[in-house]
Design a protein around this ligand. Structure first.
Ligand code: ZN
Ligand code: ZN
Ligand code: ZN
Length: 136
């Protein structure tokens, strides 16, 4: 997902394309890692003084519904990033700098084998550790 794809997705779904929304998507794209709503609000506030949390949250909610962004919860708070792939994937998240890397392998078959009689409907797998850069 990049800015142009995100804007196209907004339009296709009948949502207004505004400078605020574009700037928010650009901010998420540039950070390339999970960031919280407070950070987004603070950054947006530089260009749009007085922008409310409510506006930021409403847009984050909309972007999540349209699969423009992905959200997760760690360190006790909800965080957001631009969707990295429309295919099923997982993330490695660096606990030091917050950078994420995509993992395409999905081990869900192993769990299904161990629990043959249940129907697994959803799952959430995240890998945490220290990235190459932070290891140095
Ligand atoms: Zn992702
Ligand atoms: Zn790192
Ligand atoms: Zn999976």
């Amino acid at each position: 997902m990049n800015i142009n794809e995100a804007i196209a997705t907004l339009k296709e779904n009948g949502h207004k394309y505004t400078d605020k929304r574009r700037d928010m998507i650009a901010l998420l794209q540039d950070s390339n890692k999970y960031i919280n709503a407070k950070m987004i609000q603070q950054e947006m506030n530089k260009k749009y003084p007085g922008i409310s949390f409510d506006t930021v949250y409403r847009n984050l909610h909309l972007f999540t519904e349209l699969n423009i962004i992905e959200s997760t919860e760690f360190d006790g708070e909800k965080k957001f990033r631009l969707s990295c792939s429309t295919h099923h994937h997982h993330h490695f998240i660096c606990e030091s700098c917050g950078e994420t890397q995509v993992v395409h392998h999905c081990p869900i078959d192993i769990f299904q084998t161990e629990l043959p009689d249940v129907e697994i409907k959803r799952h959430k797998i995240e890998l945490y550790g220290i990235c190459e850069k932070c290891k140095k």
